[in-house]
Write a protein that binds this ligand. Sequence first.
Ligand code: B1M
Length: 209
Amino acid sequence: MSTLHEMAEAVINGNAKEVREFAEKALTEGLAPQTIINDGLIAGMNVVGVRFKNNEVYVPEVLIAARAMHAGMDVIKPLLTDSAVQDKGTVLIGTVKGDLHDIGKNLVRMMLEGAGYKVIDVGVDVSPEKFAQAVEEYKPQIVGLSALLTTTMTNMRTTIEALRSYHVRVMIGGAPVTQKFADEIGADAYAPDAATAVEKANQLLSSSF
Ligand code: B1M
């Protein structure tokens, strides 16, 4: 079994110690951080997601798997950040109101930091008003909204409305979000994954307002 396959298994089993060890091993094997994240950590989490959906595992197991995934990310994160060469701009990121999912948002944050952005993370369950207050305080160029539930993605629309009077671009993402939905609610960009989020942030900054 390959190191990445073993790492995915360790995520599924919620074994944080093993995940950390496999992440270190994968790095010594010369695998790219993004490959380790996608084909090891996220691959394992995706299996957990399917089992969660099928009621084969429950919230505690999912949380233990998520913690194991974070242990792997902790090993990879310094490498993503070390590659930062400049301070490109500020992105304020959070998960919208009613939604507690933050694994994907954290991954997007890490990738943006790695690409040279200063990232202000306002956490989860963030109301439109709180986003607006944070925009006033930190004056970001881009606001990133994450949502994982079909019931909370509608709060992206209300958040965008609350940010209308501010000079910011809004990027959205999360499993149920699509380009079509982004167009409908007037988001400036949509990214299906963390790597694309960096590309979209770069594009937003290089295009005129
Ligand atoms: Co939740 N959950 N969950 N959950 N959970 C899902 C999302 C679900 C699809 C599971 C399922 O039924 N198959 C389902 C949603 C169904 C729906 O709405 N269509 C679901 C549900 C129903 C729930 C609860 C309601 C369950 C319950 O209590 N009955 C509850 C809701 C709590 C709440 O938020 N109010 C709940 C709770 C939880 C846990 C707390 C147990 C845990 C969250 C832990 C945490 O985040 N700290 C959890 C988890 C882990 C999941 C699954 C299994 C995994 C999500 C994840 O982290 N994926 C998920 C099933 C699944 O997705 N397979 C599920 C890995 C992550 C890297 O991917 O977040 O998609 P993702 O992020 C990607 C992209 O989407 C994108 O980039 C990331 C990296 O590539 N991206 C962006 C994300 N944000 C972005 C922002 C951007 C750009 C790109 O720009 C700003």
